[in-house]
Design a protein around this ligand. Structure first.
Ligand code: NCD
Length: 301
């Protein structure tokens, strides 16, 4: 990552990602070392779509680095977007009020638009159905924390593989690792788009799509489940068919971990929350050290 912004996972190579993870690990172990690291900085969080984890973990990360935060959590309604202001004009203005802008927006190319007009770093906190790079960072960080590396990893991607930006960014980030096997389990209407299947094959990974839990290899290292992104399409999608119950989880290896970017709907039942393989809350909390590390990399020097 040479640029002073983060809009896509494609900006990383293996080395820059590992440097970020090493910093995140140190932050996790010695948080007090970093308490004043960004003091005097003002960081804006500009969210045009709902968020709990991403916005609040960024705001917590900002506070834990000694920086200040200015925020609008519902920019679609509460910013001048509702009066017809363009995203570009909003960014030009907020760039003059802050040292960095963390932005979530419903358009796939919103981060690219923002970077073009901003003279402060832009961090993509979710862009349409295309990218969610800071989620992929914390997802892969969690996988590496558990398995030591994401080389030789096998992952079952479940739920909404069509509209889910977290799966799309995760797939791209995993291409930095060797011998990655990807599996998909979704209703046909939410299957992984061909462009991602092509990307997988062009980048030395493998992909196999399944139609039932029975077909999935039970020694898969990671189950990465996601909710149907109902806000991204018109019409009714029916019910999620692939629900992780304790019975389903018990068919998998004792070393398989269960991740989910959250929020979950019905696809993971709360009855599995206390199973040691259910790691989605640990995963969500890894948003703090990884986002602190990213802010430091972009603003620290
Ligand atoms: C995800 C998102 O916004 O894409 N949430 C998150 O940031 N953890 C996943 C989702 O909304 O389903």
């Amino acid at each position: 990552m040479n640029e002073n912004y983060l809009i896509s996972v494609e900006q990383f190579n293996r080395q820059s990602l590992e440097d970020l993870f090493n910093l995140a690990k140190d932050i996790k172990q010695n948080p007090s070392k970093y308490h004043d690291a960004l003091s005097g900085k003002v960081i804006a969080t500009l969210f045009y779509e709902p968020s709990t984890r991403t916005r609040l973990s960024f705001e917590s990360a900002i506070a834990r680095l000694g920086a200040s935060n200015i925020s609008t959590e519902n920019a679609r309604e509460f910013s001048s977007a509702s009066k017809g202001e363009t995203l570009e004009d909003t960014i030009r203005i907020i760039a003059g009020y802050s040292d960095a802008i963390v932005m979530r927006h419903y358009e796939d190319d919103s981060s690219e638009k923002a970077v073009k007009v901003s003279n402060v770093p832009i961090i993509n906190a979710g862009a349409g159905k295309k990218e969610h790079p800071t989620q992929a960072i914390l997802d892969v960080f969690t996988i590496c924390e558990k398995f030591g590396t994401a080389d030789n990893i096998s992952i079952l991607l479940g739920g909404d593989l069509k509209y889910g930006r977290t799966s799309h960014s995760l797939i791209k980030m995993l291409s930095l690792y060797k011998n990655v096997k990807l599996y998909g389990l979704s209703k046909p209407a939410f299957a992984l788009p061909q462009e991602y299947i092509d990307f997988i094959h062009q980048n030395g990974m493998t992909y196999q799509a399944f139609t039932s839990f029975d077909e999935v290899p039970k020694d898969v290292n990671v189950i990465y489940h996601t909710r149907i992104q109902a806000e991204r399409f018109e019409g009714d999608f029916g019910r999620e068919e692939f629900i992780i119950t304790q019975k389903v989880l018990d068919t998998f290896s004792k070393d398989t971990i269960l991740l989910h970017p959250l929020p979950r709907c019905e696809e993971i039942l709360p009855e599995v929350d206390n199973d040691p393989r259910a790691m989605y809350f640990v995963q969500a909390h890894n948003g703090i050290p990884t986002r602190m590390a990213l802010l430091l990399k972009l603003l620290g020097e």
